[in-house]
Design a protein around this ligand. Structure first.
Ligand code: ZN
Length: 446
């Protein structure tokens, strides 16, 4: 127990790039306190002997072990060997979440003289550092997203040390023993505004490899799945379908803690600042990293408008996904050519929601001549059949209009060298017959 060596500078490595920091650091716990949070059970201030860091915690999954083993006594400073941890990235910092550890010592004298490492922040932030006893004095007062007045002697303000300060601010504040921090309860500042320079989803395909701001509705949330990474460790992945008024849908992929802890539900609006647009084989998806900021139902007029669209018009919209091969604008028609015998492959994976897309070249071997046209609702984006009553044409979606429009619904049998299939052509039949449905309908009456 005599020679305990902490993993010096771990928190600096962690701040620079959390994924390349020492995987099993030995750390001393300077403070711990029980909190109610989604991901962690005990909030910690940990020390690596050189730096201390306040955005630390024990994962909820090990709550029982942690609460039993870590003494609930501020005078005791336990030392642990972290066996596994994960990183919860938010827009201005990385939270260090311990998922497994060994208790090395239940109490040790304080090792080294760690200075507070405040972690990273964005451009509107200023770093406030405090060292040793001052840190101990102020730590319990500070809460995330809290508003504070900081006062004290002027020499607290120093030019920022850019090596350890990524706020982009030219100055930083170092608290000293005569500094005073007061919670600014009555005059709290609002958190930095969430302003999006929105790009509509149908425009994202022209932005591959770039960043864009998105405001969309969560159309579908899949459960997180466990996947193996290249280095053989496991992580979570969760797919989410987003949609907006352009009736375009795109997949958002979340990884790790973000995938696990995602709380958005179908029908909620999601705003993403600095989403990364990925392209793969002509399909597109949205990825997020620590530079992104995600908000659910962000307060804005656009959120309301999108909500209304989703409730009113989404059910009838003809949705185009730019995350699936068939709808992606791709030139690989030949690659996707399939014979109808393709369907007889055992274990053929067919997505139960979306079915399966492919191209086929065949000949029309039969055509059902009756009912190639139907009377369709004239409401925009509605293609339901209408029935006449009292001079009005009503559809299954509850629209009732004084007129209707003709639309194609053509059943035909297509044959290739290996098989046949019956297909139905809707508006695409116009190209087949060379006349708009309306014109055909009028011809039919006359
Ligand atoms: Zn209708």
């Amino acid at each position: 127990m005599e020679n305990i060596q902490l993993s010096e500078n771990f928190f600096q490595e962690f701040a620079e790039d959390a994924h390349f920091a020492e995987p099993q650091p030995v750390l001393q716990i300077l403070q711990s306190r029980k909190i109610e949070a989604a991901t962690i059970c005990l909030r910690l201030r940990c020390s690596d002997g050189v730096f201390s860091y306040i955005h630390c915690g024990f994962d909820k999954a090990i709550a029982e072990k942690a609460e039993n083993e870590i003494p609930d006594d501020p005078s005791k400073l336990p030392v642990i060997k972290v066996l596994a941890y994960k990183v919860l990235a938010s827009q201005d910092k990385n939270t260090f979440i311990i998922t497994d550890y060994d208790l090395i010592s239940i109490d040790m004298p304080k090792i080294g003289n760690p200075k507070g490492h405040t972690g990273d922040a964005d451009g509107q932030s200023i770093k406030i550092a405090s060292f040793a006893e001052t840190a101990e004095k102020f730590f319990p007062q500070l809460e995330e997203n809290g508003s504070y007045y900081v006062s004290g002697s002027q020499n607290c303000i120093k030019p920022a040390n850019k090596r350890f300060n990524s706020t982009g601010h030219d100055y930083e504040i170092t608290l000293s023993h005569d500094s005073v921090i007061e919670a600014a309860e009555k005059q709290s500042y609002e958190a930095p505004k969430f302003v999006l320079k929105q790009t509509s989803l149908d425009k994202l395909s022209s932005l591959s490899g770039q960043y864009a701001d998105i405001l969309a509705v969560i159309d579908k949330v899949e459960d997180p799945v466990n996947v193996k990474k290249k280095d053989n460790t496991e992580t979570y992945r969760r797919n989410i379908q987003l949609i907006d008024q352009s009736a375009t849908s795109i997949a958002l992929t979340l990884w790790g803690v973000q995938a696990e802890g995602f709380s958005g539900a179908e029908g909620q609006i999601i705003g993403i600042k600095n989403a990364f647009i990925r392209e793969y084989n002509g399909t597109y998806s949205v990825a997020v990293n620590s530079g992104c900021r995600i908000e659910l139902d962000p307060e804005s007029k656009d959120t309301e408008i999108l909500h209304q669209w989703y409730e009113g018009e989404r059910p009838n919209a003809e949705v185009k996904s730019i995350s699936t091969q068939a709808n992606a604008v791709s030139n690989n028609l030949v690659d996707e050519l399939r014979l109808f015998s393709f369907f007889s492959i055992p274990n053929l994976f067919v997505d139960p929601q979306r079915g399966i897309y492919f191209n086929n070249v065949g000949i029309v071997s039969q055509l059902r001549p009756d009912n190639v046209l139907y009377m369709s609702c004239d409401n925009k984006d509605c293609s339901k059949k209408v029935t006449e009553g009292n001079g009005l044409y009503g559809c299954g979606n509850g629209h009732s209009l004084s007129k209707f429009k003709y639309r194609y619904m053509v059943s035909m049998e297509i044959s290739d060298m290996c098989g046949t299939a019956w297909v139905t052509l809707f508006d695409k039949a116009e190209a087949f017959f060379g006349k708009p449905a309306q014109e055909m309908g009028e011809l039919q009456i006359s």
